[in-house]
Design a protein around this ligand. Structure first.
Ligand code: SF4
Length: 343
């Protein structure tokens, strides 16, 4: 090869690498992307990602499904855990497992959004990423082969991995795109974007709103909002919740020493929202939350059970299911949860 050709080849390679980096990251630091890839995040387009849920491994190898299968009939091995807003959120919750700006000295603006990718591309990319994750199980002699075959046709999207999904401009259309492919969807939101939820072009199969503080001062300390009037905005969402046709859930992530008091104030918020379910669930000491909290902040299952029992005394909801492994309890006015048999 002549020296000009070598020079050209090096230039093209450099240019291609640069172009790829730009497509993926936009304004996101490369060091963050690399760290997240090491944690097995699969990036889809500029701002979406898929990650293998711990329970996918548990169900394929040890036949132990996640609590969503037990509570709602969602098959763990056919579930994609994804987000369209990997790097963006209106809150910086202490208990969150996602990387937040400032963690590991890596900084970016979590409220400066990229040019959003189209929903169809995100759905297709997410399914491809899930299939890539599953390919790792083919050669494992411990894999349940029947389940693996079924897993190759995913049927549920948990839109919840990291970030606030309602920041994604086309969230309703994303839900729609999943539904068109026969998926069920669970959307998990922190409730700070009531105007987006009010105008969703399509409701998810089930809508979760996280309420992780009983009052504004705890909210500010634990959820560390990055936008003005976030507590008021969350409360607006709670008032909006009865207008949804789909089942709704108030998720309370409980952190020992931070937000497990004032059950009666939680009860007032729940009464306002009148959700189909309430899910008190233990904080898990995983991911980047380990930089902010200690192992001792993780409540035991007994503590979650006690919290749920107190809550049940305050509101007209009964404990209808529970999962000790996931440290979560399900409360409802219904006798049994609605199941989505997507087999
Ligand atoms: S709202 Fe969700 S994604 Fe955002 S910081 Fe809190 S737990 Fe993390």
């Amino acid at each position: 090869m002549t020296s000009e050709r070598v020079y050209l080849a090096v230039f093209v390679q450099y240019f291609m690498r640069k172009a790829k980096v730009k497509t993926l990251e936009n304004t996101i630091p490369q060091s963050l992307i690399e760290t997240m890839k090491k944690q097995k995040y699969h990036f889809v387009g500029k701002h979406s990602s898929v990650k293998r849920c711990r329970w996918l491994y548990e169900t394929l190898i040890h036949n132990r499904p996640c609590y969503k299968q037990k509570f709602y009939g969602i098959k763990t091995h056919q579930c994609i855990q994804m987000t369209p807003a990997t790097f963006y959120c209106t809150q910086r919750c202490l208990f969150c497992w996602r990387a937040q700006s400032g963690d590991l000295q890596i900084k970016w603006n979590e409220m400066k959004f990229p040019k959003w990718d189209p929903p169809e591309e995100i759905v297709e990319g997410s399914i491809k990423a899930q299939l890539a994750i599953l390919s790792g199980y083919k050669g494992n002699p411990k894999t349940n082969q029947q389940k693996l075959r079924e897993a190759l046709t995913p049927k549920h999207a948990a839109i919840s991995l990291t970030g606030e999904p309602t920041l994604y401009e086309h969230i309703g259309e994303l839900i729609q795109a999943f539904h068109r492919r026969g998926f069920t969807t669970f959307l998990v939101s922190n409730g700070t974007m009531p105007e987006v939820l009010a105008k969703l072009s399509e409701e998810p199969t089930q809508l979760y709103i996280s309420v992780c503080a009983p009052n504004e001062s705890t909210y500010k300390r634990v959820c560390r909002p990055q936008i003005p009037k976030a507590w008021e905005r969350l409360n607006e969402t709670l008032s909006l919740l009865p207008s949804f046709k789909c089942p709704t859930v108030i998720r309370i992530t409980l952190v020992r020493g931070l937000n497990m008091e004032n059950v009666e104030e939680y009860a007032k918020l729940i009464e306002k929202a009148n959700p189909t379910y309430v899910e008190p669930k233990a904080y898990m000491h995983v991911g980047f939350s380990r930089l902010r909290l200690s192992y001792d902040n993780m409540p035991s299952y007994t503590e979650i059970r006690e919290f749920a029992a107190k809550l049940s005394e305050e509101i007209d909801y009964n404990i209808i299911n529970e999962s000790e492994d996931s440290r979560v309890v399900l409360l409802s006015k219904l006798e049994k949860a609605i199941k989505f048999g997507n087999s």
